[in-house]
Design a protein around this ligand. Structure first.
Ligand code: C2E
Ligand code: MG
Ligand code: MG
Length: 672
């Protein structure tokens, strides 16, 4: 991770070293230059003073010294006189050596006698001075001979100084050595002190800034940690369902791809279970969304408990879940898991004060047996799930090749159904109900047909379940009610028979709270008297939500319409609550009538239902009557009415008008 303080430390360290170095170099050169300049000036004034006082006495001797042999030169008395004069003038000063050259570069005099007679004409310092300028340099000497004694470890400033005559011409060159060791030591001491002070100041500044940087570092670190945490949270939310905590659809897509890729490499089987709760909407609508949520959580937990460690569970949305089974050994294992899921979910659930049960339908598809890729596998499992639903729910179905065709068909129909109402593709057919005995028309049932632009006339078994699933049944059911009432009123106004029309009401319509208002409005709008409308309710409604159901039926009864239980005997309504429902008529399910002559049990059930109706003082009608034997049986068991192909198939309105003309006469006779 990026650490500001680390970079700061490294950079500061080098910066401090650089600053101190530059500072000391700058200080050193500057002060050395100043020292040299100062010492040169002092050397020059010394030389001048010397020249002014004693030079005229020696000028001639120095000039002519070139002609004196070297061995004699040192012994000349002028030399000893010069030495005496020089020592007298300079002994107390910091001058440690004096030399005098004539214009030829010959060392005419030196306080160090050994050097007398040496040729210095090549020396650049000498040459500069000979041209009339002063040349100085500073040197360090370990050992130096100065006026009859040795001195050690000295810093010396050496100056070559021209000696000029009155008219400004150079006559000779002086060389003066001054000892500046004390000054240099002083300079060094000061330099050290300055460096120390600067270093301390910079160090303090560094510490101060380091603390700030360290703080900034901490802030950055916590911010970074927070950002990561947030990122993780957002990621988690994107991939998980908030309600159940299970991975969601997005996650499903990614995991599925990975799993299929692994299975491809390892030549393994992958099972996909597609779960959809049965009639979950009922719970949500009747017990409320909180209960619905609670139920979903319970179900999620149960699925999770059944799944193995290596299986993955997802909530796809709504009441849909998926389970991925990796490394399946046999396709049948998937079915076993599905059955365990069904059993686990079907156990009763306590939701607040309600104890209830929910079931699930599961579709199974296996990779690579049923599908070659993720897309096909998901579609396959989905289609199989629909089959499980259609086959009666609370079960699983495995994928078969023909399912795809059905799935596509269903999908297309669903899209087309959305438009059907607007395009006026629905029509009503009417089937007469006749009185027993006698056979004259006493009513009719309105039955929905879809005039499909491509497939022709479709019966409800082709599209009713889609209407129910998409809740399109509510607006379509309203259309049926309105059309049936209007039609019946038309027939009545036309002077045909005044009779009841029955309309089928599906479970979702029944659960729709606005049903009572809708029906009152339709009756008012059409002008049909309520007693000429009968609502056929499915038996399933009686068990799904008892209390709300009774209230609804009572409200409907208050309007004045008739209520019948359709397909009676096919469901599981308990007979002991039958008398609590405000119903008028029982309609025996077609399946009993169908086998009336062949199956003794069905005959006995029909007999029992007839007795029940009599005991509860309910009207009784049989549907699906196709032949005379059935008719006779029903008649002899006290059935009031019958409906079936024996009398008439369901027919369009115009055709039914014809029937009514005949039935009308019979009806008038009956009423009279
Ligand atoms: P259902 O209410 O039990 O209607 C009777 C069904 O039995 C009708 O089927 C009718 O054509 C058929 N049928 C009548 N007589 C005979 C017979 O002698 N033999 C045989 N084999 N069948 C006979 P359909 O019209 O296909 O309707 C099927 C179901 O669709 C209806 O059953 C009803 O539950 C539902 N349905 C029809 N129209 C509507 C509607 O407008 N709204 C709602 N919610 N459901 C409807
Ligand atoms: Mg019916
Ligand atoms: Mg029926």
């Amino acid at each position: 991770m990026f650490k500001l303080s680390r970079y700061f430390s490294i950079v500061s360290f080098f910066a401090i070293i650089a600053v101190v170095t530059v500072l000391s170099v700058f200080y050193r050169t500057h002060t050395t230059e100043a020292l040299m300049a100062h010492q040169t000036r002092s050397n020059v004034s010394l030389a001048k003073a010397f020249v002014n006082s004693v030079w005229p006495r020696y000028a001639a001797f120095v000039r002519s010294a070139t002609n004196i042999p070297r061995v004699e030169l040192g012994k000349r008395e002028e030399i000893s006189a010069l030495r005496a004069d020089i020592i007298a003038q300079m002994d107390d000063l910091n001058v440690v050596k004096v030399k005098i050259y004539n214009l030829d570069g010959l060392t005419v005099f030196s306080t160090d006698e050994k050097q007398i007679g040496i040729d210095k004409s090549d020396n650049t310092g000498f040459q500069t001075a000979r041209r009339g300028d002063v040349a100085s340099s500073i040197t360090f000497r370990n050992e130096f001979y100065a006026f009859e004694r040795f001195i050690v470890d000295r810093n010396l400033v050496t100056s070559y100084i021209p000696v000029t005559s009155g008219n400004g011409t150079v006559e000779a060159v002086f060389e003066l050595y001054s000892d500046v060791t004390d000054l240099v030591d002083e300079l060094n001491r000061t330099q050290k002190q300055i460096i120390l002070v600067v270093s301390i100041a910079l160090g303090a500044l560094y510490l101060f800034l380091f603390m700030i940087v360290k703080r900034a570092d901490n802030i950055i670190t916590t911010q970074e940690q927070e950002r990561r945490k947030n990122e993780d949270k957002v990621r988690y939310q994107a991939y998980h369902d908030a309600l159940t905590g299970l991975p969601n659809r997005v996650s499903f897509g990614e995991r599925m791809d990975e799993m299929i890729a692994r299975a491809k490499r390892g030549k393994n089987l992958v099972g996909l279970l597609f779960l959809d709760l049965d009639r979950f909407k009922v719970v949500n609508d009747s017990l409320g969304h909180d209960a619905g949520d609670q139920l979903l959580r319970v179900v999620a937990k149960r699925i999770h408990n059944v799944a193995r460690e290596s299986d993955m569970v997802f909530r796809m949305g709504g009441d849909e879940f998926t389970v991925m089974l990796e490394n399946l050994r046999h396709a049948e294992d998937a079915a076993r898991v599905a059955q365990r899921l069904i059993d686990a979910i079907a156990e009763s659930v306590q939701l607040g004060n309600h104890e209830m049960t929910i079931t699930v339908s599961i579709g199974i598809a296996i990779y690579p047996t049923d599908a070659a890729d993720v897309d096909a596998l998901v579609k396959g499992a989905d289609a199989a799930m629909y089959r499980a639903k259609q086959s009666g729910r609370n079960m699983y179905a495995t994928y078969t090749a023909d399912l795809n065709v059905h799935a596509i068909e269903r999908f297309t129909l669903e899209a087309e159904l959305q438009q059907a109402l607007k395009n006026e593709e629905f029509v009503l057919y009417y089937q007469p109900k006749v009185a027993l005995p006698g056979g004259h028309i006493v009513g009719m049932e309105a039955l929905l047909r879809w005039n499909h632009p491509r497939l022709g006339l479709l019966a409800p078994d082709k599209f009713l379940s889609i209407l129910e699933d998409t809740r399109l049944i509510v607006p379509v059911g309203e259309w049926v009610l309105r059309t049936a009432c209007k039609q019946n009123k038309l027939w009545q106004d036309a002077g045909m028979m005044r009779t009841r029309i029955s309309v089928n009401i599906s479970a979702s319509q029944f659960r729709d709270e606005s049903l009572v208002v809708t029906i009152s409005e339709i009756l008012q709008e059409s002008g049909l008297e309520p007693r000429f409308l009968e609502l056929e309710l499915t038996e399933g409604l009686l068990i799904e939500d008892t209390r709300g159901g009774i209230d609804m039926m009572n409200e409907l009864k208050e309007i004045g319409v008739f209520l019948s239980i359709d397909d009676f005997g096919s469901g599981y309504s308990s007979l002991n609550c039958l008398n609590r429902f405000p119903i008028d008529i029982l309609k025996i399910d077609r399946s009993f009538i169908n086998n009336l002559m062949t199956d003794r049990k069905d005959a006995e059930i029909t007999h029992a239902i007839a007795s029940l109706a009599r005991a509860l003082k309910l009207g009784l009608i049989a549907e699906g009557v196709e032949n005379e034997e059935q008719l006779e049986f029903l008649q002899s068991h006290g059935c009031d009415e019958a409906q079936g192909f024996l009398f008439s198939h369901p027919v369009p309105a115009e055709e039914f008008s014809q029937l009514l003309v005949e039935g009308n006469l019979a009806g008038l006779r009956k009423e009279a």
